[in-house]
Design a protein around this ligand. Sequence first.
Ligand code: GFB
Length: 311
Amino acid sequence: MYELAGKRVWVAGHRGMVGSALVRRLAREDCEVITASRAEVDLKRQDEVEDFVQAQQPDAVIVAAAKVGGILANDTYPADFIYDNLIMEANIIQAAHQAEVGKLLLLGSSCIYPKLATQPIDEDQLLAGPLEETNEAYAIAKIAGIKMVQAYRKQHGRDFISAMPTNLYGPGDNFDLNSSHVIPALLRKAHEAKARTENQMQIWGTGTPRREFLHVDDCADALVFLLQNYSGDRHINVGSGEDMTILELTQMICDVVGFEGEIVHDLSKPDGTPRKLMSADRLRGMGWSPSISLQSGLATTYDWFLANAAG
Ligand code: GFB
């Protein structure tokens, strides 16, 4: 058990969807949350990261800083995805080691697993087969992060751990149609089609791929749970344990938004991996499970979009 009370916790990447959910969640613990704006610390500059960590002396660090995006962004900008993610995680992990930080939690992604992994995907399937091509660069960077955490545990005895969340959504998500993940994209598309009284809405690909989704507040809760209760070499999956087809998701989103038109397919866009359902057994076995249903999570995310991003 890692006691958070009285600790100084640096949330690296606090402006992102996961980072801001972590800041909200940590406000319920008796700890001090430290953040750094991009103007204060450029996480891609090693000296700036080291100076910040040395000056702040956090007790714990959560690496929520990452360059993230949907399937098209990953496929289009692989150099950005591999460089930004490698350099940020390397800088933060090394700086945390030098400053003798007591606990570090690195966030990865379910795309670290092989494209055709056996479902549901158990943690031990890491590196058991070739990766999905559309997000290989991002996946390689995140696998390197897992391996760094393990290496610093082994060589330096650091209590560094890693967690692999499934596809996340929620308030603070990116609703830009070119770079977003599927949920914010479809919320925006259904909303705009309804507002323009169009009778069609377009989705990418065949609609047959299956995905698992988790609300970001559930994810933040799981991450704080792991920070407090887990210390081990193996990365831990963070998911809902349920998946659905993109077409089923589209229908749920249309119901939430109130769009009743036809769904058409843009088959020039990639499907990505056919199925990505992680086994949630390890985390559940430790005593954590999600509490936000997809139905209610989609409704509150749509409310957030209307208030903050609908334009
Ligand atoms: O969420 P998404 O972009 O990411 O796409 P991935 C999921 C599925 O939704 C794919 C389909 O099969 C898409 O083709 N889809 C349908 C759409 N319509 C749309 C749309 O309008 N926008 C988007 N974005 N998708 C990402 C990885 O993979 O998942 C990242 O690229 C990361 O590296 C992230 O791991 C969690 O699940 O395919």
